[in-house]
Write a protein that binds this ligand. Structure first.
Ligand code: F6P
Length: 340
């Protein structure tokens, strides 16, 4: 059986480990053959593939990015099931392993509903997909953010400044919550929780009065109490979603004005998605890739592999779609005991 693999949407540390896990298990255990679609769904709708023999995945689980390339192409734009089926038949590809986030899995579901053989592997650095406890890449992003915030803290302490670290997290604040807790932030601001500037300033002043350099960690999707939507001044992405980023700078001037403490903001941005995955993410991603092969062998089309506790399970696409995995109130309340 020949299987096509694609990586779609924003890249994420661990994508290559998924590919390696799937290819090695498929070749070694089932004698399968693999190709990669270049740049996500673009490669599928254009029939643009590369061979994935065993040697092509040698040593790649520690590599950041994706050897296949990625894009935010929608397979229904200029493609659709007929075009994709025709390419698959011509290239002798029977099944697809789609590694991607909500948009990718939603498209995969629509294609599976009309008869294409697709299984999914959930991918999101934000950790916002439902039906899986954690996604690979999240641990790496938290590690990178924590290291960066630790560095901001020492420069903040030297200058007696308030430092703001802006991290990724479009709809959910998992990266901010974990990196903020790990680095001992005096305030963590996430999209799920509206907080007033007055409250943030109070936390900053509390920390300052104890002789600390106040440290604020804010997710890019955070919306202060007096606003309606996240800060965005960079236009739209290819999915028509506002490009986020910049809330840290906005808070910086507002907090400096209110507290009188010199304040600096740093946007960590794509640094959080680049470079080598942590050992945890390599292991999780490898296991997910191998489990995706089991789904293919068992013909579990329309399902994705997922982490439940420490086990890898198989769940229908629907389970992951529709609901975001937000930070529960209890987790925020727990973290906020440490604010100020
Ligand atoms: O969905 C993951 C994510 O990293 C978000 O946190 C962020 O808003 C977005 O991707 C950035 O995407 P792009 O790579 O298109 O700038």
């Amino acid at each position: 059986m020949k299987i096509g693999i694609l990586t779609s949407g924003g890249d994420c540390p661990g994508l290559n480990a998924v590919i390696r896990g799937a290819v090695l298990k498929g070749i070694k255990i089932h004698g399968q053959e693999f190709v990669g679609f270049r740049d996500g769904w673009r490669g599928v709708v254009e029939g643009d593939i590369m061979d994935l023999p065993r040697q092509s995945v040698r040593g790649i689980s520690k590599q950041g990015g994706t050897i296949l390339g990625t894009s935010r192409t929608n397979p229904f734009d200029g493609g659709g099931p007929e075009v994709i089926k025709a390419h698959m038949d011509r290239l002798g590809i029977e099944a697809i392993i789609a590694i991607g986030g909500e948009g990718t899995l939603a498209a995969a579901k629509r294609l599976t509903d009309v008869g294409l053989k697709i299984v999914g592997v959930p991918k999101t650095v934000d950790n916002d997909l439902d039906a899986t406890d954690y996604t690979f890449g999240f641990d790496t992003a938290v590690q990178i953010a924590t290291e960066a915030i630790d560095r901001l803290r020492t420069t903040g302490e030297s200058h007696h400044r308030c430092m703001i670290a802006e991290v990724m997290g479009r709809h959910v604040g998992w990266i901010a919550l974990h990196a903020g807790m790990a680095s001992g932030a005096h305030a963590i601001l996430i999209p799920e929780q509206k907080v007033s500037i007055e409250q943030i300033a109070e936390w900053v002043l509390d920390a300052h009065e104890r002789g600390r350099a106040p440290l604020v960690v804010v997710a890019e999707g955070f919306v202060p109490e007096h606003l309606e939507s996240p800060h965005s001044e960079r236009g739209l992405d290819t999915f028509g979603r506002p490009r986020l980023g910049g809330i840290g700078d906005q808070l910086s001037s507002q907090l400096e004005e209110r507290t009188g403490i010199e304040t600096r903001a740093t946007i960590l941005g794509h640094i959080q998605r680049g470079g080598v995955p942590t050992a945890y993410d390599r292991v999780l991603a490898t296991r997910l890739g191998m489990a995706a092969i089991d789904s293919v062998v068992d013909g579990h089309w329309g399902t994705m592999v997922a982490l439940s506790g420490t086990n890898i399970v198989h769940v229908p696409f629907e389970a992951a779609l529709g609901n975001l995995k937000t930070v529960p109130q209890s987790r925020y309340d727990e973290a906020s005991i440490l604010f100020g």
